[in-house]
Design a binder for this molecule. Structure first.
Ligand code: SF4
Length: 283
């Protein structure tokens, strides 16, 4: 993935924008590798940054910034992106009457795609029943497959640090799941037919969980939720709207923690996305 090339003019603007976080949050940010002058600890106690989406967009590479996307309003008034569409019900599986536990049971026994053959166990998701934030990742990895939980290991640690940096916690205000619930062999990318076969489960989970904001981590999550194949960098920076079951949910796109572990320099961009999540979660 190409390294982003921030717009110099906007970078200059950001350089005078001080963001105040608590000492605890500062510690989490340092743990994420974010320790830059525009983040100051302990001044003042209340955290009141309102993300400026225009600033965030300026963080995109120029080539990704160029397409037709207009500058968006603040996250408090998310706009419907041109590509935003609901996930389609492409299969005949009817999960519309299932509750959350029944969805998990159905996933655990599911054989709707070839991923069922190599899995140790399916990973339906984990979190609170009425989350503020719903996190959607790509697919279970080796440890997730063994433990039956999403986002464990180093990616899970980084995700927890990211959540704590915005005042949330996977144990109290978050539900975490993936686009596909079973591990692709050798951690290969999930295939279109696998994503489509699994889509009814994710749709039903979103409907039942009814979060304030959805955080799509990585391009597979973003593409599945927003029904687009646009580059991830082009999808970052402004809220999208996901229409599902008569409701509109804001979706923020950011990098997957596994990617951020490989490219720590992009944690700064992820922090811009997290600020938008924090603002939307507070509405
Ligand atoms: S990935 Fe989804 S559709 Fe495929 S077997 Fe697992 S639960 Fe079923």
């Amino acid at each position: 993935m190409a390294e982003p090339n921030p717009n110099p003019a906007q970078s200059s603007k950001r350089s005078i924008e001080r963001i105040f976080v608590s000492r605890l949050q500062h510690g989490w940010l340092k743990a994420m590798g974010i320790d830059v002058p525009w983040i100051a600890a302990n001044e003042p106690q209340a955290v009141k940054p309102q993300p400026k989406v225009a600033d965030t967009q300026a963080s995109m590479p120029a080539a990704e910034h160029a397409p037709t996307r207009a500058v968006s309003p603040p996250p408090s008034r998310p706009v419907i992106a041109p590509a935003a569409k609901p996930l389609e019900q492409v299969t005949e599986l009817d999960v519309s009457t299932l509750d959350l536990a029944q969805v998990a049971q159905s996933i655990s026994a599911c054989q709707r795609c070839g991923l069922c053959h190599a899995r140790q166990q399916a990973v339906p998701g984990q979190g609170v029943d009425k989350p503020t934030i719903l996190i959607v990742g790509e697919a279970p990895g080796e440890q997730e497959d063994l433990q039956g939980k999403p986002f464990v290991g180093r990616s899970g640690e980084l995700l927890q640090n990211m959540l704590k940096a915005i005042g949330h916690d996977r144990d109290t205000s978050v539900f975490i799941t993936n686009v596909v619930k079973c591990r692709p062999p050798a951690n290969r990318n999930p295939r279109d037919e696998e994503i489509l076969a699994c889509a009814p489960y994710l749709n039903r989970q979103i409907e039942l969980l009814a979060p304030k904001v959805v955080l799509a981590m990585g391009r597979f999550a973003a593409h599945a939720l927003l029904d687009t194949d646009a580059p991830l960098q082009a999808l970052r920076g402004s809220p999208h709207m996901l229409a599902l079951a008569g409701k509109q949910l804001p979706v923020i796109v950011t990098y997957h923690p596994a990617y951020l572990l490989r490219r720590p320099v992009d944690k700064r961009l992820a922090w811009e996305d997290l600020k938008q999540v924090r603002a939307l979660a507070a509405i």
